[in-house]
Design a binder for this molecule. Structure first.
Ligand SMILES: [Zn+2]
Ligand SMILES: [Zn+2]
Length: 662
């Protein structure tokens, strides 16, 4: 046989006289690497392959070890087998079905004659750890399909037998079987070499499920769990899970009196006065940024003749998510997106090349139908508004516009304390419209704009929309959870659908490019994400109540009211707690409400005409001049600072000897 060459990440090569497995390549590099090997990544392929996978001549291989994030998929996949084995060792009448890897973990669906209890989950956890300690070798065998069907049928594993019969119907002749000790399962892999390579597992929760997701089929019990390469990683994940429960925006929303839901409007959030303050402050901020980045705001209708959505393609491609109504014997729809109305507005006046780029922003309310099962607090709602804008520009303006968008996004995220984000560039999908040279230009404009700003980005090959490539911005929150908020999409389609033109320098008609872009995305969803990111501790400028004035006794009430009036007069959201409660109680209340500043007034403060300030961290700053205090706060609000200026001042004071890098 001729020689087979496998390329490695450092561009060196290994030569074999046969097609080697990933593990053989690892062995040819060194025994330690081979011992740690969990799988392989072949250049140009996105999925991890099994370490037993045979490689072809010329392929470039990266060996996956516990250091690589991709290894989690392999160990979680293997841990799902361990869970199935554990359950069957505990209860031999339970039948197995499937156990896929999901975000942050995996689950397995079981057919059990009895309902699992929380105590059962503890038993499963214990048994799984026992199986890890046994450290069985994992062996792959390929079985003729008939043997596989007979074996699983004899075992009473009717779900597995059904899966294999389906594979047979598709023409498969053999199936992969993975064995660990006595236990085995049908599987494609990838799997570990030895069960002991799974270092940390945790059984998490229980839920109901149906075979193949169909309510008409057998009801199953789903056990969720997770696995990591390191006990420390597992502990951090579990801590974050606990913290996430505390920060759940639905819980915070209620505690802070921000928003509510009612059965009369499923998926329709009601923003209470305090929540509306956050909403409006965000809009106010974005409006200032529109001014700075030269966007113009427009207001467009809510309800349109369905013909508009035939023209835009929404009716054909997006109908299931739209709301319809009939008036004057015409069919109307609530708009699910602003783009079609902005195209109409573009057409309203003839445009010349001098007027481009034409940037129009719209906080218009949108309605999109979501199935009730997927709605989740503010994260998934049926009515919302976005910081949505469309840019109509010439092809030669594309790169500048993209760069300007990313600059604006960076400034806004930084201002909000959201510096951890990842930019994804999604390129042309297989099914697409438009000539390849236009795609070349658009993709190049996107990557050149990012490069010109020195911003790192990742490529999602083939993940663009059919009408153009796009940027997706994933914000990573304080608990390391990714959220897609911002987006920029290049669109060659809609300008065609609406026959949009501009008069060029040559006096001829030309077609503009359209950009759809949002930075916060849905404001509803953003508020949910931001509440969880900050645990409800909003920066001063976004806080519904900025200053709570608390008196030691009723004797200070007059002074307190004057102070609050002075603050309100300059736009500070201040309140005096007039209840006849003890000071300690009022402080706790204000803390629960996460009010940034508490002003404490006793007799001394009244006599000296001063204020004492209590920060959220419990620190007390005494005898401040009232007017200076107000000016300080005003400046903090104007600059939309993330941290209290008083806190920074006291930190500096405490850490004088250390350094000044605050
Ligand atoms: Zn498997
Ligand atoms: Zn749009």
């Amino acid at each position: 046989m001729s020689s087979v060459r496998i390329r490695l990440p450092d561009n060196s090569e290994k030569t074999f006289d046969h097609e080697p497995t990933v593990l053989e390549v690892a062995n040819s590099i060194g025994p330690r690497l081979a011992k740690d090997t969990l799988g392989g990544l072949i250049e140009g392929e996105s999925e991890v392959v099994d370490l037993r996978h045979k490689l072809k001549d010329g392929q470039k291989l990266k060996i996956v070890t516990p250091k690589d994030p991709e290894s989690l998929e392999v160990i979680r996949h293997s841990a799902a087998h361990v869970m199935a084995q554990a359950v069957q060792e505990l209860w031999n009448d339970v039948k197995v079905t499937i156990g896929p890897v999901i975000d942050n973990g995996f689950y397995y669906d079981f057919d059990s004659p009895r309902a699992f209890t929380p105590e059962d989950l503890e038993k499963v956890d214990k048994k799984m750890n026992e199986i890890l300690a046994r450290n069985a070798d994992v062996v792959r065998e390929d079985w003729p399909i008939d043997k596989a069907i007979q074996t699983f049928e004899k075992m009473g594993e009717r779900f597995k037998a059904e899966i294999i019969r389906d594979l047979a119907a598709k023409g498969e002749k053999t199936v992969g079987i993975y064995k660990q000790g006595e236990w085995f399962d049908l599987c494609r892999g990838p799997h570990v070499q030895r069960i002991g390579q799974i270092k940390a597992i945790k059984v998490l929760s229980l839920a109901g499920a149906y075979w193949r997701g169909d309510e008409k089929n057998a009801q199953l019990q789903r056990i969720y769990a997770t696995a990591f390469n390191d006990k420390k990683d597992l502990e951090e994940y579990l801590r974050n899970l606990e913290e996430a429960k505390k920060r759940d925006h639905r819980k915070l929303g209620k505690e802070l009196g921000l928003f509510y839901f009612h059965q009369f409007s499923p998926g329709g959030p009601f923003f209470a006065p305090k929540g509306a303050i956050i909403y409006n402050e965000l809009q106010k901020y974005i409006r200032e940024m529109y001014l700075k980045f030269k966007y113009q705001e427009v207001i467009t209708p809510q309800v349109f003749d369905v013909d508009l959505f035939h023209q835009s393609g929404h009716y054909e491609n997006y109908r299931e998510n739209m709301y319809f109504t009939r008036v004057d014997e015409r069919d109307f729809s609530l708009k699910p997106m602003n783009c079609p109305s902005h195209c109409l507005l573009y057409q309203a006046e003839k445009k010349s090349y001098r007027e481009l780029p034409w940037r129009v922003a719209d906080f218009g309310r949108l309605h999109r139908y979501e199935r009730s099962g997927v709605m989740h607090g503010l994260n998934r709602v049926r009515t919302f508004c976005q910081d949505d804008a469309h840019i109509f520009c010439r092809m030669d303006q594309l790169q500048t516009e993209i760069a300007s968008f990313v600059t604006m996004l960076n400034e806004i995220y930084h201002q909000l304390g959201m510096d951890n984000y990842i930019i994804y560039l999604s390129t042309r999908p297989e099914k697409r419209m438009g000539a390849d040279e236009i795609w070349d230009k658009a993709e190049a404009a996107l990557s050149d704009a990012l490069k010109s700003l020195n911003l790192p980005f990742k490529i999602n090959p083939g993940d663009g929309a059919f009408y153009g490539p796009k940027l997706d911005i994933m914000f990573v929150d304080a608990l390391k959870r990714p959220w897609q908020l911002g987006t920029l999409q290049v669109d060659f389609n809609m300008p065609n659908a609406f026959n949009l033109n501009y008069v060029g320098e040559d006096n001829k008609d030309h077609r503009p490019v359209m950009l759809h872009r949002a930075i916060l995305g849905s404001l509803e969803r953003f508020i949910g994400v931001y509440l969880e990111h900050t645990a409800g501790h909003l920066p001063l400028w976004l806080s519904p109540v900025q200053v709570a004035v608390l008196t030691v006794t009723d004797r200070q009430l007059d002074y307190a009211r004057q102070l609050v009036q002075a603050m309100q007069a300059v736009g500070i959201r201040a309140e005096v707690d007039e209840r006849g409660e003890k000071l300690g109680y009022k402080i706790r209340e204000a803390q629960m409400q996460k009010v940034p500043y508490m002003v404490i007034l006793g007799d001394k403060e009244v006599e000296q005409n001063k204020v004492s300030l209590r920060l959220k961290n419990g620190q007390l700053i005494e005898s401040l001049n009232g007017q200076e205090f107000i000016e300080n706060i005003l400046q903090e609000i104007r600059e939309r600072r993330l941290e209290s200026s008083f806190l920074v001042a006291s930190k500096n004071h405490n850490q004088e000897a250390n350094n000044s890098s605050i």
